[in-house]
Design a protein around this ligand. Structure first.
Ligand SMILES: [Zn+2]
Length: 305
């Protein structure tokens, strides 16, 4: 698969990469060549060259919406860092690692599939897809949604945290699960990694927290209803903990204490999902094109988050 190669595709020039690798060994820009090549449908093919020369694997994301270019590179840096740390990434294997932040409290999970490129530059590349998904599944929206949530947790302003959680929900609104899902074998909560990957739970709880911090308790109640509907078993356990936590009395804590979880789950079914929360479709940005990258509205959020 040939792609153009110029400043719009390369993250850094060959000269700059050498400088990074010699004088800034901890800078991921020196670890590999990163290419963000435009795809026919307006999305990006984000991939790297170089790790395979040192026993690692060259990785790719396909179908990356242009506004998620920075997020794709951050995830790519983290995966290359895993390989530099001795982790072997192999075809048809799953990975689980905290890729966005040491404090994120859950694992990013995904699967690696053999890409089918036959040209010598891209042969042998591994495609990063969502956990357990086939090669053709394309863009790993659960992984990207989890990445943005993990970065949101580090945001210092509730407004920014809320914006990032909303963006995560635009990418992936979360699956609806049945009343048994979310309960571990011992009767306790299921693993938070599982709940995050399946339901994007932390985007809902993070958004509700951020709204409460802004004293927008009513809005927080509206958001948490969507989380309860998706994870009713988790919600029952959470409600019990919330009721006994001694948190200050307000509209949000009262809502939780009085919530009829079963009723909420029955009333909010999958076809009533809130508008605008379908998994994001690749979107071509006006004016964007090869060598003329559109402004990346989430760059700033992700950098500072
Ligand atoms: Zn390339």
């Amino acid at each position: 698969m040939k792609h153009p190669l110029n400043g719009g595709v390369r993250l850094v020039s060959p000269v700059a990469r050498v400088l990074y690798s010699v004088f800034g060994r901890t800078n991921p820009r020196g670890w590999a060549d990163y290419h963000c090549a435009p795809e026919r449908r307006g999305t990006l093919w984000v991939h790297c060259h170089g790790p395979s020369r040192r026993g690692g694997a060259n990785l790719e994301f396909v179908g990356v919406p242009r506004e998620l270019r920075a997020a794709a590179l951050q995830l790519m840096f983290a995966l290359v860092a895993q390989m530099r740390g001795g982790r072997k990434l192999k075809v048809d294997e799953d990975f689980a690692a905290p890729l966005s932040s040491r404090q994120q409290g859950f694992m990013h999970i995904g699967t690696l599939r053999a890409a089918a490129w036959s040209d010598r530059h891209h042969k042998g590349m591994l495609r990063v897809v969502d956990y357990g998904e086939p090669l053709q599944s394309g863009f790993p929206f659960r992984l990207f949604a989890a990445h943005i949530v993990a970065r949101a947790m580090r945001a210092d302003a509730p407004e920014r945290k809320a914006a990032m959680c909303r963006r995560s929900l635009e990418i992936f609104a979360g699956d609806f699960t049945d009343s048994a899902y979310g309960i571990g074998a011992d009767g306790g909560d299921a693993d938070i990694t599982e709940l995050q990957n399946r339901c994007n739970l932390l985007a809902y709880t993070g958004l509700a927290d951020a709204l409460c911090e802004q004293n927008r308790h009513n809005d927080a109640c509206g958001i948490i209803v969507d989380a309860i509907a998706r994870c009713p078993a988790w919600a029952k356990g959470y409600r019990d903990r919330m009721s006994n936590s001694g948190q200050p009395e307000n509209q949000y804590t009262r809502f939780w204490r009085d919530a009829d979880i079963t009723d909420i789950a029955l009333r909010r079914q999958p076809d009533e999902a809130p508008a605008g929360t379908e998994p994001c479709a690749p979107v071509a940005r006006g004016g964007a094109g090869f060598g003329n990258r559109a402004p990346d509205p989430y760059d700033d959020l992700l950098k500072r988050g």
